[in-house]
Design a protein. Structure first.
Length: 217
């Protein structure tokens, strides 16, 4: 284990961000460094290969889900939103193209946006409003966009604005009012292979700000 990001006591739900070890039955966000490269998926994209177990000798010592690609001090790919202390890797500006073979391929947008930077809100295959917010449920953060600029980051628990909300891929969250947000988060935490299709249909609308770019077919 390379780094402990946050530990939550399962009995009291108290959270510690300065923990130096994970106790029995604690829930933790940690960074692993492996001796050799591993092939894996993010849990939000493929739940079967986004899970793992930790084996100590012949005993199973723990298990969890893979929530992000931790890059440490190396250069990140994609659209990176940065504050003085944190980097957030998003896919808001990726382009989705229908090829001659009938497949939809993703062309990843590369860009690094510091706090206060103007954002490319209109491009081939996407168009966002000048004011909206980006929900990062796994990181417990909300990134705000005002007047076309990356304007701030706040804890998810303190978010009370009425800006349109999108996820990290730019899909609009279908929340009729801010009080729907806890319902969305609760259902998101209990997703499995049987319920995720209905969940996506209920809560996410990818077509609001995106369209498939049709190439020469």
């Amino acid at each position: 284990m390379l780094k402990i990001l946050k530990v939550t006591d399962s009995s009291t739900l108290a959270t510690r961000e300065d923990a130096t070890k994970v106790q029995l039955n604690d829930v933790a966000e940690v960074v692993f460094q492996t001796e050799t490269p591993l092939v894996y998926d993010l849990f939000t994209q493929q739940q079967v290969t986004g899970r793992f177990v930790v084996v100590d000798g012949y005993d199973v010592a723990g298990g969890g889900t893979i929530t992000e690609h931790y890059q440490g001090d190396t250069e990140l790919d994609g659209a990176i939103f940065s504050t003085d202390n944190d980097d957030y890797q998003l896919n808001l500006f990726d382009q989705y193209c229908l090829t001659a073979g009938g497949q939809v391929v993703t062309r990843q947008h590369q860009g690094h946006y510091q706090l206060g930077a103007e954002l490319p809100l209109k491009g081939a295959g996407y168009s966002y409003p000048t004011d909206f917010a980006i929900l990062l449920a796994r990181q417990d953060r909300v990134l705000t966009i005002n007047d076309g600029h990356f304007s701030g980051v706040q804890p998810l628990a303190s978010y009370q604005e009425t800006l349109p909300l999108v996820n990290q891929r730019g899909a609009r969250l279908k929340l009729s009012q801010i009080t729907d947000l806890p319902k969305y988060l609760t259902e998101r935490e209990t997703l499995d292979d049987k319920t995720k299709a209905d969940f996506y249909q209920k809560w996410l609308d990818f077509d609001t700000y995106h369209q498939i770019v049709i190439e020469d077919i």
